[in-house]
Design a protein around this ligand. Structure first.
Ligand SMILES: [Zn+2]
Length: 71
């Protein structure tokens, strides 16, 4: 499952989104405010900030192995 973590640059809301291609990343919008200014996070970065507001992404360390796939 190509689930990526994003962070909204407008409201700071972290969220997860299914992304099936690299072009689809550009179409991801924030579920909270609808902003397109979202930042795609890699799992290592997500775990670094997990100690802050969101602790739901603490078990995604294995997701890094399937991240760089060109399809
Ligand atoms: Zn937002």
């Amino acid at each position: 499952m190509p689930i990526f973590e994003f962070l909204c640059e407008d409201c700071g809301q972290p969220f997860e989104e299914l992304v099936f291609s690299s072009s689809a990343v550009d179409e991801v919008t924030c579920p909270e405010c609808g902003s397109a200014e979202v930042q795609k996070m890699i799992s290592t970065f997500a775990s670094r900030i997990a100690g802050g507001s969101s602790a739901s992404s603490f078990n995604t360390s294995s997701a890094a192995s399937c991240a760089p796939s060109g399809v």
